[in-house]
Design a protein around this ligand. Structure first.
Ligand code: ADP
Ligand code: MG
Length: 291
């Protein structure tokens, strides 16, 4: 049976909305020197909204209707925000034929006789769709912290949709508390570098890995583990699950995807970031008494 100090620690954690459910939650977390945090949905609320629309030619509504149609079958939060914006403008998106999602990149949909692509500027580069007429706008919007997705039809760029997400209000103090405890925070995100830096600067994170594809998240955690460095990882998404498993201690936000929660040693049911430092104190407290 578990030592009494651990049973007490688990009880204390539960009272604060923290589920410590493996030995690693207690043994591993107190030794972690680095904590990797996913941006979207972990450091931010994870509910992006459409803020700006830019078109090369044609109207904003035409662009939004096409984007919403292409995104209708995607479960990505960015896709849901685009669909919501079209709904709020009382538009009826056209019908969609074939649909394909490229995780961490975007979507491709057949709409009438057209192929519509919606996704990151990098996805457009990969598909050789020229965005040069919009690149100054992309840079300005990203520098302001926006996630910018481009919309293209039949190999030509039509315009941009810029989305914004709210940084969790407790993120800054939570990061400061981890730093004070000697844990280095590191941001990991599939979003663009400029928007990632904007959020990182706001909350006090220096090391940022941006533009990371879903399968690369676990590889980055593995790199950080070199020289026996113990690494904790905090995430909420389907994309984060392999990285949560790779980390010495996986921590899932309570509002996250089922697979992220199943992959974690610690679950922050309370869904607030201050719990990260609290859980570490509990991990230290229950082990300190045994050594
Ligand atoms: P994160 O790590 O921030 O959760 P993802 O790996 O899910 O990000 O996505 C990375 C980037 O890929 C997004 O910022 C966006 O540019 C693009 N992307 C992914 N899915 C979609 C989608 N359904 N529609 C448009 N863009 C997408
Ligand atoms: Mg996320």
């Amino acid at each position: 049976s578990a030592p009494l100090s651990i049973v007490r620690g688990a009880g204390e954690a539960a009272g604060r909305g923290i589920l410590m459910r493996t030995g690693e939650a207690f043994q591993g977390y107190r030794l972690a020197r680095k904590i990797v945090l996913d941006k979207t949905g972990t450091l931010t609320a994870g509910r992006p909204v459409v803020r700006e629309i830019e078109t090369l030619d044609g109207s904003e509504n035409e662009l939004l209707a096409l984007a919403a149609a292409a995104e209708a079958s995607s479960e990505h939060p960015l896709a849901q925000a685009v669909v919501q914006a079209a709904f709020e403008r009382e538009m009826t998106p056209p019908d969609v034929g074939d649909f394909e999602a490229a995780p961490g990149k975007g979507v491709i949909a057949r709409i009438g006789d057209h192929e519509v692509v919606v996704g990151s500027p990098r996805f457009f580069d990969e598909r050789a769709i020229d965005l040069s007429g919009l690149s100054a706008r992309v840079e300005a919007l990203e520098a302001a912290g926006r996630t910018v997705i481009a919309v293209g039809r039949d190999g030509r760029a039509m315009g941009l949709v810029a989305l914004g997400d709210m940084v969790r209000p407790e993120a800054g103090p939570a990061i400061a508390a981890l730093r004070k405890a000697g844990v280095t925070p590191i941001m990991l995100t599939g979003d663009n570098e400029r928007a990632a830096r904007c959020v990182a600067d706001e909350i006090g994170i220096d090391e940022v890995h941006a533009g990371v594809l879903p399968h690369e998240k676990a590889e980055i955690v593995r790199d950080l583990q070199k020289n026996h460095t113990r690494v904790a990882m905090v995430g909420d998404g389907i994309n984060d699950a392999p990285a949560l498993m790779q980390a010495d201690v996986g921590i899932a936000m309570g509002g996250g995807a089922d697979i992220a929660i199943e992959s974690a040693d610690i679950i922050i049911l309370a869904n607030r970031l201050d719990a990260l430092a609290e859980a570490r104190e509990i991990s230290r407290g229950s082990y300190g008494k045994m050594l």
